[in-house]
Design a protein around this ligand. Sequence first.
Ligand SMILES: N[C@@H](CCC(=O)N[C@@H](CS)C(=O)NCC(=O)O)C(=O)O
Length: 216
Amino acid sequence: MRPTITAFANSPDEGAGQARDMRLRWAFEEVGLPYDVRLVSFREMKQPAHLALHPFGQIPTYEEGNLALFESGTIILHVAERNPGLLPDDANGRARAIMWIFAALSTVEPPIVEYDQADLVERDKPWFGQRLPMLQERIRVRLGQLSAHLGDADWLDGDFSAGDLMMVTVLRRLHGSGLIEEFPNIAAYVARGEARPAYSRAFAAQLAVFTAASSD
Ligand SMILES: N[C@@H](CCC(=O)N[C@@H](CS)C(=O)NCC(=O)O)C(=O)O
């Protein structure tokens, strides 16, 4: 059954591919699954109809028949488990790929989101100048550890998997910060993910929403 996801009608990143529907779009493109998108405004996201799908009033959501899901990690796992291409066939390899989804979301993403948020809403605060280096250092620690694990491998564990898809989307949030460039193998890893044809199709689809909204 063809799923429907929700995405920002007006993405604050202006089509830079940071909104989390990008993860879903990329996964659908990797496995060749057609999907529909329902665009929602910030106001609609906080209304009862959307809150019934997503109790925290966010995007993305995923609907397929009578199944409704939220949380990008859950949705990626759901798609990866039901469609070949994003998880290895062997049980141990699958478990490790899933481990990397969790690592991306629960170990690498939190300091990156905290840095993003501070950059967005705390720039005019008197403590910002002191807090920023601490936030950057937390990210550097994680990137250093990830860089040591990755070494000169193309992907985190064998072939490209849903774990890489999630990790690359998380790391992309650092574009413009200069932090990725401090770790050349991580920079190359992110670029490798972004060079995948499925990634390009997903990016173009998300960008098209911004382009259409800004020409209205
Ligand atoms: N943990 C959630 C985070 C979802 C999330 O933060 N969504 C953002 C867009 S990328 C959002 O809807 N922000 C608007 C808001 O929180 O009001 C996931 O991975 O799906």
